[in-house]
Design a protein around this ligand. Structure first.
Ligand code: HEC
Length: 126
């Protein structure tokens, strides 16, 4: 009888210790939070950079009416802006360029890290 009780308590203890392995840390669930994980390795123009531009920039920087004569919605336009150095200064709110997106919040820290990684890789059309 005591052996059965021992076995039951071992099973219960195992169940409890397994449950504590469940990882619901908010930094893990919301990687954009400061200090959270930010994947700067798998960054491509098509999967990462272009969607951020579409969400925050293209409304004012498309070929039809490019604000400040800057086109961001096409790869060639973006690449030209990157090469001029104004693009990074603008989105990182550095002196020497107007802070972008104009009238909006600075891009999330993780988005900036990803874009920086892409620029450092030579801003490829991948
Ligand atoms: C609400 C409209 C609007 C949005 C959204 C916007 N821009 Fe602009 N942008 C402008 C205007 C207007 C100018 C030209 C006047 C100026 O420089 O302030 C400009 C200028 C620029 C310049 C040239 C800055 C310089 O000083 O040489 C760059 C680069 C740029 N934008 C990039 C971006 C990027 C990247 C985004 C998205 C993160 C973005 N913009 C979002 C309106 C916008």
């Amino acid at each position: 009888m005591t052996k059965i009780l021992q076995k039951i308590s071992i099973v219960i203890l195992m169940a409890i210790s397994l449950q504590s392995c469940y990882y619901d840390n908010e930094e893990y669930l919301y990687p954009d939070l400061p200090g959270g994980e930010c994947d700067t390795v798998n960054v491509s123009y098509s999967a990462v950079v272009a969607p951020i531009m579409a969400a925050s920039c293209n409304s004012c920087h498309s070929p039809a009416a490019p604000s400040g004569n800057v086109t961001i919605s096409t790869y060639d336009g973006l690449k030209a802006s990157v090469n001029s150095g104004q693009f990074w200064k603008a989105i990182n709110h550095e002196s020497g360029a107007s802070p972008m997106p104009q009238g909006g919040n600075k891009l999330a820290a993780c988005e900036l890290k990803k874009i920086k990684a892409w620029i450092d890789a030579g801003a490829p059309q991948n």
